[in-house]
Design a protein around this ligand. Structure first.
Ligand SMILES: [Mg+2]
Length: 229
């Protein structure tokens, strides 16, 4: 493959939180707050669990946290209550989160290359924050989680995007900050680049291409090409 990207890419599939919007740390902080203890091993265990399970919907994360941290299966009522409290904080605070460094410049540079947005955030919340950040019209498609809290399967969504748009998966770059997106990229046979914020442990297997921000991604795909991803 020629190393002249981004124009050699058929498309790019972006995750949102921690990739386009600098919101991942805020969201983790809210879970720590909701679980009611800060400091010490309890907080560390919550952060570790979220880090290992990045990319889940909020309802999915409550189920995972209850199992991992509290050692119990969350009832549907418990999940709805916690997800509702989470939404009450996060769905306002998210508007104060800045874009990841280099996001706007990269999206500008990629005009002409279809960019798709896939997020575990509820779809109506995703549309609102994308518009508020001035990103209307930037993405060819936007796919959030169902508003009823049903989990979304990123692997299936990625496959659907490739099929619906007749994309060459091998030239469709997936960009994410968690294993969920890497697994989805492998599922469709697409190259992957991980965004790992400074100070965050790299969650990806050795050999995974990673960048600190989207200036780094622009350098990776613009200068080094996509052959190494
Ligand atoms: Mg993310």
């Amino acid at each position: 493959m020629p190393a002249a990207a981004p124009y050699s890419l058929s498309a790019v599939i972006f995750d949102f939180d921690g990739v386009i919007l600098d919101s991942a740390t805020m969201k983790t902080d809210v879970f720590v707050e909701l679980y009611g203890q800060t400091g010490g091993p309890f907080e560390a265990a919550i952060r570790e669990t979220i880090w290992r399970n990045g990319g889940l919907t909020r309802t999915g994360m409550v189920a995972v946290l209850d199992r991992a941290i509290l050692g119990r299966e969350a009832t549907p009522e418990r999940i709805a209550d916690m997800a509702g409290r989470y939404a009450g904080i996060v769905d306002k605070a998210i508007y104060d989160c800045p874009l990841i460094d280099g996001a706007r410049e990269l999206l500008d540079a990629l005009r002409g290359t279809p960019c798709h947005l896939v997020s575990g955030t509820p779809h109506h919340v995703l549309l609102g924050i994308v518009a508020a950040k001035g990103l209307d019209g930037v993405f060819a498609t936007l796919t959030g989680a169902p508003d009823d809290g049903t989990p979304n399967d990123k692997s299936a969504i990625f496959a659907g995007i490739v099929a619906a748009n007749a994309l060459d998966a091998a030239r469709t770059l997936v960009v994410g900050d968690s294993m969920t997106e890497l697994v989805g990229a492998r599922h469709i046979g697409a190259p992957f680049a991980g965004v790992v914020a400074p100070g965050i442990d790299d969650p990806f297997p050795p050999g995974t291409a990673t960048v600190h921000d989207l200036h780094g991604l622009a350098a990776l795909i613009g200068i080094e090409g996509t052959a190494n991803l």
